[in-house]
Design a protein around this ligand. Structure first.
Ligand code: KG4
Ligand code: ZN
Length: 363
């Protein structure tokens, strides 16, 4: 079964063609990072407008790279939730229109669950113009523990089977990716903050600044807002100003050594928080596999610490499939299509804030 997957929930316009929920035929991602970097974060109106400009060329490119025509496509999948409403609407309108025009079944899927399903991609056709991905050697098996960590989500989810899962815990305030982005801003590092902090942290001392960790009743819940504020207060102390000093000017007073030490100390604390909860869940629920998903899953320190701490052979999806992409959307839709009816194009709705665990689809 060959599925075209479309993704536009935030600031990447993406389309991909995936066969049988495991083999990538093409994966095209048009990032808006350069546009939003100027503003230090995603501007929703600008994101939606930019999606409109590139969505058709991105879809066309995905199909031509995969060397498929509309006759070869068995279904269309699209991320309908969660995300920025204007951004979601562009991908959904494109998917619904194409489904109607070419008479294809349409599968709306949840973006965060899509991130988790990126881990089921284990094969790729070789193409002279397409970068080869470093894929896992095999698909994860159930029960599967998933740590989903992006700019909008931080969740630990336990999957009993495809589409059958329960939330163990999630962030009570900021997502971990959001904390990376906000701390980067405080330190004067560019957007997106995750890769910038990782790069700065390479030269820093992770033990230099002791940052507090939230103590919560549920060991699988997270809270990252206090950590971000703790970094802000520590930077103010370090450069000798109080809380009335404008935070956008703080970074000008930091030197490169201080900046690197703050980046390393923040990253160490944020990653340790995620790994402690994952390790605890691993011992309580003894899953057969552990996967990480979402933009923050690209973090090398998270990958290193998990490998070190978990007594299981853990394989990671390549970085290109951790950040937003259409291949994860097409992959998830394949498994859903085995048990769920397609959605009539006229009934497709976007759901900007629905949680993944409200969309359990197993029958
Ligand atoms: O999944 P994603 O591409 O978009 C959302 O669905 O949010 O995740 C984007 C987030 C951003 O907050 C970005 O700073 C973070 O993922 N990120 C990272 C890394 N690469 C991206 N965070 C930590 N380390 C990284 N290497
Ligand atoms: Zn995402």
């Amino acid at each position: 079964m060959i599925i075209l997957g479309i993704e536009s929930s935030c600031d990447e316009t993406a389309a991909a063609v995936v066969q049988d929920g495991q083999r990538v035929l093409s994966n095209v991602v048009q990032s808006q990072v350069d546009i939003h970097a100027e503003y230090g974060g995603v501007v929703p109106e600008v994101a939606a407008r930019s999606h409109i400009e590139v969505i058709n060329p991105v879809i066309r490119q995905a199909m031509s790279q995969a060397n498929v025509s509309w006759d070869d496509i068995d279904a269309i999948a699209v991320a309908y939730a969660p995300g920025l409403i204007g951004s979601l609407l562009v991908g959904c309108l494109a998917a619904a229109t194409l489904a109607k025009l070419h008479n294809k079944p349409l599968y709306p899927v949840h973006h965060v669950e899509g991130h988790i399903y990126a881990n089921f991609i284990v094969d790729q056709v070789s193409h002279p113009n397409v970068q080869q991905l470093e894929l896992p050697s095999k698909q994860p098996t159930f029960p599967m523990l998933a740590l989903a960590v992006s700019g909008l989500h931080s969740q630990l989810v336990l999957f009993e089977d495809h589409g059958k899962y329960r939330l163990l815990g999630e962030t009570l305030d900021d997502a971990v990716g959001e904390a990376f982005d906000k701390v980067a801003k405080i330190l004067g590092l560019p957007y997106p903050g995750g890769p910038a902090i990782t790069a700065a942290a390479l030269n820093g001392d992770p033990k230099k600044y002791q940052l507090p960790r939230a103590r919560l009743d549920n060991p699988y819940s997270f809270s990252f807002s206090g950590l971000k504020t703790a970094v802000l207060r520590a930077v103010q102390r370090e450069v000798g100003v109080d809380h009335t000093f404008p935070s956008h000017s703080l970074s000008e007073r930091l030197n490169d050594v201080q900046r690197a030490d703050f980046a390393a100390s923040f990253q160490h604390t944020a990653v340790k928080t995620l790994v402690d909860a994952t390790e605890k869940a691993f011992h309580e629920f003894t899953p057969a596999s552990v996967v990480i998903a979402g933009g923050v899953a690209a973090n090398s320190e998270l990958r290193r610490q998990l490998r070190e701490r978990l007594p299981i052979d853990i394989e990671y999806a390549p970085i290109q499939l951790c950040t937003d992409n259409g291949a994860m959307i097409a992959t998830l839709a394949y498994y859903q299509s085995q048990v769920v009816d397609p959605t009539p194009p006229d009934e497709l709705e976007v759901k900007p804030s629905i949680s993944m665990t409200d969309t359990v689809w197993a029958r």
